[in-house]
Design a protein. Sequence first.
Length: 288
Amino acid sequence: MPTAIAVTSADLVLSPSDHQTPTAAVLQPPSAQSFDAALADMNVHLERHGYVVALYPASIPAAHERRMHAVRSVLETDRIALLKLDLPPLGVAVLARQLRQLSICDFSAGVVASAARLLSHYVYAGALLGTVAKLDRIPVSLKAHAKSWMPGAQFAVLANPEPQLIKVGGEETLAGPEFSTQLAFGRGQLSSTYVTDTLAPSWKIQTAHEVGLPAGSAAWWGTPKVVEFAAFLPDISVLYQLVSSVRREQCHWCGIQLIGDRCGFCSAPVAPAENQKHAAGVLNRGST
């Protein structure tokens, strides 16, 4: 059975692009599920899949994060990876879908878990905002704060891979990917015209499709006046090539196989001299 991929809310489970990609498990918050039920559910996932890789935004409530760690502690298992991500909610959702795609490939659970750090560098996650007055996830200048009080002002913000903020209607543009991607976007209390008519063409997006806006997005971006978006690699063959191009190591602490500079299960770092980068030429515009 493939490694189980888990998320912390149902709205982070995006529809797959094929019939082979498995769905994701949802790890419920304490308000929605008792601790005993959470233990029982996790046991079922471990029995069916062997390993569980859970992705969650750094913005989830502390009680929810403590619950997941408590479940892992009580079960006394090293087969649960808890990956806390600084990505906005929709960025977490597209990354979770990519790991779901990889889970059916011939990769070990350790490689799938550590692939999250690698693939996150290729997720362009941002939002169109009606105000940046309460945005605290990326740097916002005093000038931008002042402009956010102007009627009708809108801002395009990139949170990953590098923070950027521009005022819509100016000469600046958001730095986009240099490789072919698809775009997922979810609307709050704003029109998505800028995202579909301006951003997507400038980024040479293959396909843009609307999804439900995750419940945690308004809090992450500091406003319900938001259209969140995330550009990502959709093709499993490209994802497979990208992950396969990185040298595999064995974690010196827990013994599981990994790629990159850190174990996804125990977080132990790899010695700097052993760090490997993906092979040149893996990603090229139009390759997907």
